[in-house]
Design a protein around this ligand. Sequence first.
Ligand code: PLP
Length: 434
Amino acid sequence: MTKASSELAAWQARGGNHVWLPYAQMATMQVPPHMALRTQGSQIILEDGRVMIDGVASWWTACHGYNHPHIIKAMQAQLEVMPHIMFGGLNHEPALKLATRLAAMTPGDLARVFFVDSGSVAVEVALKMAVQYWLNKGVKGRSRFISFYHGYHGDTTACMALCDPDEGMHAHFKGYLPENTIAHIPRSEDDFAAFDKLLEKEAPRVAALIIEPLVQGAGGMKFHDIQTLRRIHALCAKHTILFIADEIMTGFGRLGHMFACQEAAITPDIMCLGKALTGGTMSLAAAIARPFIFDAFLHGVPLMHGPTYMANPLACVAANASIDLFESAPRLQEVAQIEQQLRVGLEACRKGKGVIDVRVKGAIGVVEMASLDEAQRTALKAAFAARGAWVRPFHNIIYLMPAFTISKEELKALIDVVVDVLLNASPILSAGNR
Ligand SMILES: *Cc1c(COP(=O)(O)O)cnc(C)c1O
């Protein structure tokens, strides 16, 4: 063992007692987490020298792959000049430029960009904008939200209360979470009639509806079509309910268009962006409002929100560099190619035991199982990792969401691993409790 690697092992042993990992039962976590040493393209290089192909682009952020030289160079230059400055009473070129570009590239007349430091906070700010919009208009009592089963909008308290009731652990936190109306995405004409009635009934106490357009992500990777999204949007307009599009996962090309709302040709009243905004380098997110929302704040109480690190210049520079790449590189064509390769490649999973659906949209490939328990998910993760694929099942879902720059060969390797493990997974899938 080299000195460097023995040092790493020592930190893993010591530090492992001091970090608290997300979404993990630390008592029963059988395999200690892998220690990442560095990243490159679609590769994660582990401390023991093993290389894994990242099938999930670092929680859906690293759309240009890791360590893209254009982003790194821009960040290095900014680092020398001004890594951070408060945004209260001051602004700076990276943020002004980014806001201008986001306003130009997002749908319709979305124009006012409120920068925050994470996706959950972008959703929190969107909710505050919506509630206060009505108050500023002199309308009282509109402080609830409509969201959807299988939705996911973040982990902070108000966001949890919008998530799928199981995902958001509504029962667990009952009494602490604000109460909202959780609806099913309408699919049939009967559903739409009932949904129309629901909106009519709820409108007097609802500030806004929030939805992940076209693909619901972390709440179950459920898809709905453009027509469905357009009709939900139109019903909000009919009942004067504000429409918030949470594009934190779908934004920046993931579904094949720059934004899902563009594919459906709708303009949300508020749009939330995050995740891939900085190409997976820094935490930055935004809530973007149409002028009529912003204008309602021009008298009386302003929007009382201001994260300490909002509009961090280093993050804004990274986001600008990421947008440069969307402008100069064929990212959306790459997504179309990934879509094609996922469609063809994952088809074989249908033969797998317990597989109930295989679906693909843009650079998202989903294999839905009848069920997976914690032990099975853990065993699957280990089987994927042992074959060099960083793939992380959740609930009953196994999915691939790679970087758009992933090579054909790397994506083939990921698909082969998923297919191979699923078709030969009987030991894993019968090892669990069900
Ligand atoms: C990830 C995600 C969030 C939360 O973003 P964080 O940066 O993790 O707080 C919110 N909404 C959607 C749709 C997401 O995918």
